[in-house]
Design a protein around this ligand. Sequence first.
Ligand code: ME8
Length: 668
Amino acid sequence: MDQPKKFYLTTPIYYANSRPHVGSAYTTIVCDVIARYKRMCGYEVAYLTGTDEHGVNIERAAEKLGIPPAELVDRNQKIFRELWKLLGIQYTHFVRTTSTEHARAVQTLIRRTLKRTPQAIYKAKYEGRYCIYDNLYVSDSPEPADCQICGRPAELISEENYFFRLSAYQDKLLALYRDRPEFVQPDFRLNEVKSFVEAGLKDVSISRKSIKWGIPWPDDPEHVFYVWYDALTSYMSGIGYGQGPDGDASPEFKSLWPADLHMIGKEIIRFHAVYWPAFLMAAELPLPEKIFAHGWLLFEQEKMSKSKGNIAYPEPIVKAFDELTGAKVGNDALRYYLLREVIFGQDGNFSREALITRYNADLANGLGNLASRVLTMIEKYQDGIIAAPGKVIDFGPGFTETHQKVLKSYGRLEFSSAVGEIWATIASTDFYLTNTKPWDDSQTASERATILYRSAAAVRFICVLAYPVIPDATQKVWEQLGQHGKLADVRIDQLKWGDLQPGTKIGKPSAVFPRIDKEEAMERIEAMENEIRNPATPITVPAGTGSAATAGTAPAAGTAKITIEDFAKVELRVGVVKSAERIPNADKLLKVMVDIGDEVRQVLAGIATAYAPEDLVGRKVVVVTNLAPRKMRGLESNGMLLAASAGAEGKPVLCTFAEEIAPGSKVK
Ligand code: ME8
């Protein structure tokens, strides 16, 4: 038997100084789609990710928290792994740059370089400006300069370092770009890289004396490796470089290297398309096949980034969708949105509202509705059996054409067009059903069987093609269609229409994408994001009207008892409503100004369905006054109004007082 073809794919390893946001998760999600697609084409895929755990920004972040860097990175790498698990990321290798294996690999690489190309490394004095937030040399002169990514002033660095003679690689790199134009993609990025190299290359410092938190230079431990030399080597250390019997490479490394694809974001292209090939050339190691630099996810028109603080986190989105629908849909919703909305390679705007809209329109009303229509009719009219079509139908070149187009788009990493093609088939199948009306009494059993077979075959076809993007729901529909096994094992490149067997008994139809209420979803996402931003919330307060009450954080009956000291942490005061108003585009929230004795607070309360704003003025309420501020719909809420939650619908009923009581009085 033929050995399966191998495909080795990497994401950048993530800085372990903070938790991932939607922008950073984007690279990993995209790679997971590629990995799943390649596996469905028969490849044995190795997919590497990991955490970048050295460098000055980690050292400083740990210092701020008063913990050792090792503890900080250990804590943070777990957050990455948990997130990848939540997002269903099927990576095969996870590198931590603080591992001994990785350190050995970095040292092996430099030793090999010193042996093969000794003139590539030399010692000299370095003076320049360096951004500690983006780990980037901003300028090679001591003059003050701001970082081109985050805009902050860069720090002055002056020390004796080991240098890599990058200047000697200008011609070799230009020849590489000329001979292998696919090496850097998209092509407009290749042009940027070429212009950069053509303008002349300066040697780069690849060690540091001022930093302790790094991998020691072999035989000169006063120096640690510059974090990018260290980090780039992870693509090799993670698959066994430096661990083999010959001191260089393990059998796994030999079978996987060079990588087929390094997927990265555009801001780190220089490191990957200029430095990395030069480092490898000097070590006389093969170069990766391809580097693809995707665009940024923007949030409010700016790059979503931890140094700017304009961040959306993936966990609240996924969990809010799952909780509100009672189904595992959040992961598919996020993946679908990112892959569909952003033209891969370009920048794209991220908006939670747009994500919810897409979910309802394309997933709930689109695929979910089509699958449910078809399955319900098969159950109703054919006792749950996919009957043979009444007449032999030519499935038509249309589907073959779609199949080819989708494969081509996936192959070119044009995800938005792949998804667009698949959804066009959803629309045309819906249209076909509406036109042929299998529910019409005038249909004979044979006519109906033809329509339902064709529609079920379309749903099956869609499941296979959409699986890399929305793996959870497609697997569910697959099973509901009575198909066996894992979609992951189906060969997407060999998909055939006729593979749907007449006589198949379908499973129980159930909604795979229940609709979601936009406002409720927004509130819940924002509440969970606030929890991430202000993790120190001492205890949660049951049944209130602020976001905590709707976040599903209220302890269920029977949870652990709290002490009186715990309760005393919650500051409750009498408030009197001074004014209240609706918030545009929010059906449930009211903006309430409430007098709590020594100040008038703005509190956002989810009571608009039960109270008219004008009826609230003068009302006495109970306010949680020491709740960390949180933002909802762009407005700050400084506290929470307590309310009971009535009936199955959870209608809010505000807590109030029958007696006269002054605003600001303590409630205990
Ligand atoms: O760069 N939109 O790590 P990192 C799209 N440790 N992608 C984004 C993004 C955004 N708003 N923000 C971040 C590093 N990314 C280095 C890599 S590799 C040898 C070392 C992407 O945690 C970014 O482009 O800053 C990169 O692909 C990934 O998140 C990790 O970024």
